[in-house]
Unconditional design. Structure first.
Length: 268
């Protein structure tokens, strides 16, 4: 069946840095890369698997990377196949101005990876940043749960993210990896039914389809987004896993595109 697909979780790097970044990140995790890490490589994969739009998610691992990474994202805004998010490092003192720059440019959200950025998601030092993002109406996407390339402690546990939702009920939050990679019992306990989006990347290779569909329905299908984590997962394989999960065709239409189109303001 031909259907519109939006991948809410993908990664690209500047052409001159992509090969080095892929090599370094593979070394950390032992995973396989399914594209070369460039925007062109991602779009080739999208074309192969019938994906209309991918959201690209950068991460600044040092404060001084914040502005140049955001410049790269802003430069990509003219590509109708990609929706680039920005980044804010917790130690970047000029976060308020940078959030304003992203908003003015038309960037729709930011990605945080609390493990790579060395902060617990519910640390109060993050609260002014969250408030500024909430006030700007930007989407805030968190890596959540285990990161297979890193050792514990993990910094975005479901119960910690629930505290952030309590503190910032108006913030638009997306939790990657269905709320917490390899922590889905805790996701069920702390996040299912809460006011956030759960995104599917790196989920159905580990979580039983029946458990996934049950959690998705109890959470609310309208708040579930399809994602792959490309290049670290094969986009076609992730489409197949979600398609065979047991969701109805109507539910799949929402998860694959309608929910993301609404959230991102995209024309289907």
């Amino acid at each position: 069946m031909n259907r519109r697909i939006v991948d809410a979780h993908a990664h690209v790097f500047p052409d001159e840095l992509a090969a080095r970044a892929i090599k370094q990140l593979i070394g950390n995790s032992g995973e396989t890369a399914f594209t070369d890490g460039t925007a062109a490589g991602l779009k080739r994969s999208m074309e192969q698997h019938g994906i209309a739009v991918s959201v690209t998610l950068p991460v600044s691992t040092r404060a001084k990377q914040t502005q140049p990474i955001n410049a790269f994202s802003i430069e990509a805004l003219g590509d109708e196949r990609l929706v680039p998010f920005g980044t804010i490092h917790p130690e970047y003192a000029g976060y308020a101005g940078e959030i304003a720059r992203l908003k003015e440019a038309g960037v729709k959200g930011v990605k945080f990876h609390p493990d790579y950025q060395s902060f617990f998601v519910d640390e109060e030092r993050m609260f002014p940043i969250y408030q500024a993002l909430s006030d700007a109406g930007l989407i805030v996407l968190f890596h959540a749960g285990v990161d297979i390339g890193l050792k514990p402690p993990y910094h975005c546990l479901p119960e910690k993210l629930a505290r952030v939702l309590d503190a910032f009920p108006s913030m638009i939050v997306v939790a990657a990896h269905f709320g917490g990679f390899q922590m889905w019992d805790d996701v069920d306990r702390h996040l299912v039914g809460r006011n956030l989006y759960l995104e599917t990347s790196f989920t159905l290779s580990w979580l039983e389809p029946s458990k996934f569909t049950d959690m998705a329905r109890r959470h609310g299908i309208e708040r579930v987004l399809f994602g792959t984590d490309s290049p670290w997962a094969d986009q076609g394989r992730e489409i197949e896993l979600v398609s065979r999960s047991g969701l109805t065709e109507d539910e799949l239409g929402k998860v694959f595109a309608a929910n993301a189109d609404r959230l991102l303001g995209l024309a289907a």
